[in-house]
Design a protein around this ligand. Structure first.
Ligand code: X8Z
Ligand code: ZN
Length: 598
C-alpha cells in the first residue's frame, strides 16, 4: 500500500465523529474544545491529503518534471497544514487533559501529532528539503532505465527471466542488471536518512524508525525484539527449508552444494520469496489462457463473494493496472500499490498485471487494501483514523486473501485447476513455506528490519551500508552475492520500500504472522476445514469476520482488535502449526545433510 508515507494518512468533511458517543451526555469542556479542533483538522487534513495524493499519483504513473514539481508543491502544502505549530501545540495541550476525553479523541490527537512529525513546520527549511529530496528519489526510482547487455529491459522481464532461465550465466547477468539502480539511488538515500531523522527529531522522536513504529505504540527496541522472536520461533523450520532448497537448486543447476545459496540462483531479486522450486505446485502455466483483466476482476470477485460491495466504478476508470505498452515513452512505478486518494470513495490501484501466478496473488493482496479503505470509510471513523489497526493489519488483510487465493479448492472453483485435480499436499505446503511465508520472514524480520534500524536508529555510516546489507543477507537468510559487492553499490536501495516507504518493512513480517493467525481462526472456527486446504469462496461469515476488523480502522488499539477477533495475542503458533506436517517431511528428506550454513 502506498498511502503517501511522506504525507501519510488522511482528513474529513464528515462532521464531528468524536461527538457521537457523547451526544446524550454532557461533554466536558475539554471534549468540546477537542471536538471543535478536530472538526477543523479532519477537514483540512482530508482536503490536503486528497490534493497531495492526486499529485503523487500523477507523478508515480507518469514520471515527468511537471508532475514532480506539482507533487513537491502539494507535499509542501500538506505539510504546511499538518505540521503547523499551532496545530501541534493545541493537540499537545488537549492531550494534557486526556482523562476528560473519549478514547477515540485521544487517538485522533495522537495521530495529529504523528502526522505533524512527518513535516513539522517548527523547522520549515528542513521539511522543504525533505519533501524535495523525497520527490526526487521517487522520480529516479520510478523511471530507472534498466538495461541488459546494453538493451532496455522492464522489471516484469527481469522477473520473468529470473523465474524461467536455467542458464546460470544469464541469471547472473539479469540479477546484476537488477542491481544497477542502487548507485543511482544511493546519494539521495544518504541525504534522506539525515533529513528523515532530522524531521522525526524535531518533535522529540529519537529517529525516523522510532517515528514509524510509534504507529504500533511500540519503541524501536520492542519492534526489533518482536521480529527476532518471529525468527527464533521459525528458525528450525527455516534451516530445514534452506537445506532442502540449496540441495534442490544445486541439482537443478548442476553445481556442487554451496554453504549459502547464491542470490542469482533464486527467482526473486532479493531472495525474499523462493518461488518455482516445487514443480508439483508450480501454477504459472495454469494462468496462461487468461488475461490481465481477468486477474483483477477475479480478485474483486473474491471479495464480493465474501459479501463486500463491488469496487467503486471510478476504480476501473482511474486505476493504472497494466504494464506500459512496449514502445510507449511513459515511465511509471512498477511496484504494486493501492491508494485511498480522497480518504473516501476514490480508491485506485497501480500495478503492472500480467496473467501469471505472482500477479494473481498480488492483485488479491492489493484489493485487500482497497477493501480495508472501503470498510472504514464511514462516518463513525474520522478521516484522521482511516487507517489499519496498525500498518501490518492493512498488509495482513491482503496477505490473508492472497494466501486464500492460492488454496487448491479455490483455484479449482475458478477453473484454474481442473475439478479432478489431485494436489500433492506436501508439494503445496512446501511451496507455501518457500514462496509465501517462512523464507520471507528471514528477509523481512531479518535483513530489511535490521538494516533500516541500523541506518536510522543507529546511524550506520554510509560507507558501511553495502557491507552491512550483505552481512545481514548472509547471516539471516543464508544467501550470498555471486561476487563481492563493494560500497560503490547500494543493493538495499534497489528495493522499492527502502526509498519510498522507509522504516515500514517489518510490517510485512508482522502481516505474515498475522495472516496465518487469522487464517487458522477462519479455517477452524468458521469454515471447519483443514488449514492447509480450505476454500473461503462465497462464505459470508468469513466476510463478516474480516469486515468487523476492518471497519474499525484505527479507532482502537490493535492488541484489543486482535484479541476480540481471535481471542489471542499475536503469535507465530498458527504459522508453526500450519507447517508442522512439512517439518517432519523435511527432516526426513534432509537426513544426513549438513543443516544450515554456519
Ligand atoms: O510491497 C508489497 C505489496 C504492496 S503493499 C505488493 N509487498 C511486499 C514486497 O513486494 O516486497 C507484498 C509482500 C511484500
Ligand atoms: Zn500491501
Amino acid at each position: 500500500m502506498r498511502i503517501l508515507r511522506l504525507l501519510a494518512r488522511a482528513a474529513a468533511c464528515v462532521a464531528l465523529p468524536s461527538l457521537l458517543p457523547f451526544a446524550l451526555v454532557a461533554a466536558t469542556p475539554a471534549q468540546e474544545r477537542a471536538d471543535q479542533f478536530l472538526a477543523l483538522v479532519n477537514s483540512g487534513y482530508r482536503a490536503l491529503y486528497t490534493v497531495s495524493s492526486e499529485a503523487q499519483w500523477a507523478a508515480a504513473t507518469d514520471v515527468t518534471l511537471e508532475h514532480d514539481a506539482a507533487s513537491e508543491t502539494a507535499g509542501k502544502a500538506y505539510a504546511a497544514f499538518n505540521g503547523n505549530p499551532a496545530l501541534i501545540n493545541e493537540a499537545k495541550e488537549l492531550l494534557k487533559s486526556r482523562d476528560q476525553l473519549s478514547d477515540i479523541t485521544v487517538r485522533e490527537l495522537q495521530r495529529v501529532l504523528l502526522n505533524a512529525a512527518e513535516g513539522p513546520m517548527t523547522n520549515p527549511e528542513l521539511v522543504a528539503a525533505r519533501i524535495a529530496a523525497e520527490t526526487k528519489q521517487a522520480s529516479i526510482l520510478n523511471s530507472f532505465p534498466f538495461q541488459l547487455q546494453g538493451k532496455p529491459i522492464t522489471v516484469n522481464q527481469i522477473d520473468d527471466r529470473l523465474g524461467n532461465s536455467t542458464d546460470l550465466a544469464e541469471r547472473r547477468a539479469v540479477w546484476e542488471a537488477s542491481k544497477e539502480s542502487g548507485p543511482a539511488l544511493r546519494p539521495g538515500l544518504v541525504k534522506l536518512r539525515d533529513l528523515r531523522n532530522g524531521v522525526a527529531r524535531e518533535l522529540g522522536h529519537p529517529d525516523y524508525f522510532a517515528l514509524q513504529v510509534a504507529s504500533y505504540d511500540m519503541t524501536t527496541e520492542e519492534m526489533v525484539k518482536l521480529q527476532e522472536e518471529f525468527m527464533r520461533e521459525l528458525r528450525p523450520l527455516y534451516l530445514q527449508l534452506h537445506t532442502w532448497a540449496k540441495y534442490r537448486l544445486a541439482e537443478k543447476y548442476h553445481q556442487p552444494v554451496p554453504k549459502r545459496i547464491p542470490a542469482h540462483w533464486i527467482n526473486n531479486r532479493w531472495a525474499q520469496e523462493w518461488t518455482g522450486l516445487v514443480d508439483a505446485a508450480n501454477l504459472d502455466d495454469r494462468f496462461k489462457g487468461h488475461t490481465a483483466e481477468w486477474v483483477i476482476k477475479t480478485a474483486e470477485q473474491f471479495y464480493t463473494g465474501l459479501g463486500f460491495r463491488p469496487l467503486p466504478a471510478s476504480f476501473w476508470t482511474k486505476s493504472d493496472l497494466y504494464p506500459v505498452p512496449a514502445g510507449s515513452p511513459r515511465k511509471k512505478n512498477t511496484h504494486a500499490s493501492c491508494w485511498h486518494i480522497d480518504l473516501a470513495n476514490d480508491i485506485r490501484s497501480l500495478q503492472s498485471i500480467e496473467p501469471n501466478a505472482q500477479w494473481f496473488y498480488t492483485a488479491h493482496h492489493e484489493l485487500g487494501h482497497g477493501y480495508y479503505f472501503m470498510s472504514y470509510t464511514r462516518p463513525e471513523v474520522p478521516p484522521l483514523l482511516r487507517l489499519g489497526a496498525n500498518p501490518a493489519f492493512h498488509e495482513g488483510m491482503g496477505e490473508l486473501i492472497s494466501l486464500a487465493s492460492s488454496q487448491v479448492p479455490y483455484l479449482q472453483s475458478l477453473g484454474v485447476l481442473p475439478s479432478d485435480y489431485k494436489a500433492d499436499q506436501t508439494a503445496f505446503l512446501l511451496n507455501d513455506a518457500l514462496a509465501n511465508g517462512v523464507a520471507f520472514i528471514f528477509w523481512s524480520s531479518g535483513t530489511m528490519t535490521h538494516w533500516e534500524a541500523d541506518i536510522y536508529a543507529h546511524n550506520l555510516p554510509a560507507n558501511q551500508w553495502n557491507a552491512r546489507w550483505w552481512s545481514y543477507v548472509r547471516d539471516f537468510q543464508g544467501v550470498e552475492p555471486p561476487s563481492e559487492r563493494g560500497e560503490e553499490w547500494c543493493d538495499a536501495a534497489t528495493k522499492t520500500h527502502i526509498n519510498d516507504t522507509p522504516a515500514y518493512y517489518y510490517s510485512y513480517a508482522f502481516a505474515t504472522v498475522l495472516k496465518f493467525q487469522l487464517h487458522a481462526y477462519i479455517a477452524k472456527n468458521i469454515l471447519h476445514q483443514p488449514v492447509q486446504a480450505c476454500n473461503y469462496a462465497n462464505n459470508k461469515e468469513v466476510g463478516d469476520f474480516l469486515r468487523k476488523i476492518m471497519e474499525k480502522g484505527g479507532t482502537e488499539d490493535w492488541r484489543k482488535v486482535l484479541r476480540e477477533a481471535t481471542g489471542e495475542d499475536l503469535s507465530t503458533k498458527a504459522m508453526v502449526e500450519y507447517f508442522q506436517p512439512l517439518m517432519t517431511w523435511l527432516e526426513e528428506q534432509n537426513k544426513g545433510r549438513q543443516i544450515g550454513w554456519e
